[in-house]
Design a protein around this ligand. Structure first.
Ligand code: ZN
Length: 319
């Protein structure tokens, strides 16, 4: 089995009532409609698995590769468990619903799925004055339940302004919402469990509101809210500046700024990478691959050394 080439992946697009056209205008993707909210760009999740576009696995899904070619990820052939991470780009042309995700334990107990959802966001672009919801202002569980039951959203929800380049860590149990005008790259546990708390009383064309999940949301929300502390460090390797955005239980995420050349060594089993700006060449054993804004790939275990050359910005992560 080949094990020493990057594995390039094709995004899976998801229509959302809050979606827009920036995945076309900012990323040049051929989106299926003008309400495209999400591109699942590195995904083995059954609700939208990425397709491999190069090499002998071309046409297979990332989930197939994970299940059938464990050596790519330095796992034992009989190792159980699903691909752990999911990377998305989200275009919020309108406010997303206010929501909360369970941790692993609640996900198993309440939903019978393996993973809860801790996520983090790198803000790719934000219109002037954009803000998101991060956390709440209730001091006790009783206060939280009361404010939710009485719909006191102005009192409950904590709003934060953001701009391009900001990074937000959102552990499971955190009430959150991405606001109108924001485009983010999200790195998260591979889970699709969302408890909707508040949807701005919006209705669809038929006059129906989307379902809320208040009981479960109250059950899994962390009280009181505390902003997670993230320790960010910077490493310079040749012309590559590698900034660690977060290192936590489920994932470590970096921002890479390449302005020239760098010789890199792999220090983890496999690496996920998304090019968010610019263009570069990735060279492995004398073979070059073109990277440009909107490329997403995995460096498998067989790649131990590689070179980068160009002007590019990437978000890189591993489990
Ligand atoms: Zn979320």
């Amino acid at each position: 089995m080949y094990n020493n080439e990057p594995i390039f992946l094709k995004p899976v697009f998801q229509e959302r009532i809050w979606g827009g056209q920036k995945l076309r205008t900012e990323f040049n993707y051929e989106i299926p409609n003008d309400k495209t909210g999400e591109a699942w760009v590195i995904s083995a999740h059954p609700h939208g698995p990425s397709i491999i576009t190069n090499g002998p696995l071309a046409g297979k899904t990332l989930a197939d590769a994970w299940n059938e070619n464990k050596e790519l990820f330095h796992k034992k052939p009989d190792e159980q468990g699903e691909y752990p991470l999911l990377v998305k780009i989200l275009d919020a042309a309108d406010d997303l619903s206010v929501q909360v995700h369970p941790n692993d334990q609640f996900a198993r107990e309440l939903e019978g799925v393996p993973y809860g959802k801790t996520e983090c966001w790198y803000v790719l672009s934000a219109e002037e004055g954009s803000e998101l919801v991060l956390g709440h202002l209730a001091n006790t569980k009783e206060e939280l339940e009361q404010m939710v039951d009485q719909g006191e959203w102005d009192k409950l929800l904590r709003h934060v302004k953001v701009k391009a380049g900001d990074f937000v860590y959102v552990p499971s149990g955190t009430i959150h919402a991405i606001g109108k005008g924001i485009v983010i790259l999200e790195t998260q546990q591979s889970s699709d469990i969302t408890y909707r708390v508040y949807d701005y009383d919006r209705t669809d064309a038929a006059g129906n509101k989307r379902q809320l999940h208040l009981e479960r949301a109250k059950q899994v929300t962390t009280v009181p809210h505390q902003d997670a502390k993230v320790d960010q460090t910077e490493l310079v390797n040749g012309d590559l500046v590698e900034k660690k955005l977060v290192e936590e239980q489920y994932f470590t995420v970096y921002h890479w700024q390449l302005n020239g050349q760098a010789a890199c060594e792999m220090t983890v089993d496999y690496l996920q990478a998304s090019v968010i700006d610019g263009q570069a060449a990735l060279t492995i054993n004398g073979q070059s691959f073109e990277l440009r804004k909107g490329s997403h790939f995995i460096l498998p275990y067989g790649v131990r050394e590689y070179k980068l050359e160009g002007q590019a910005e990437l978000i890189v992560s591993h489990e």
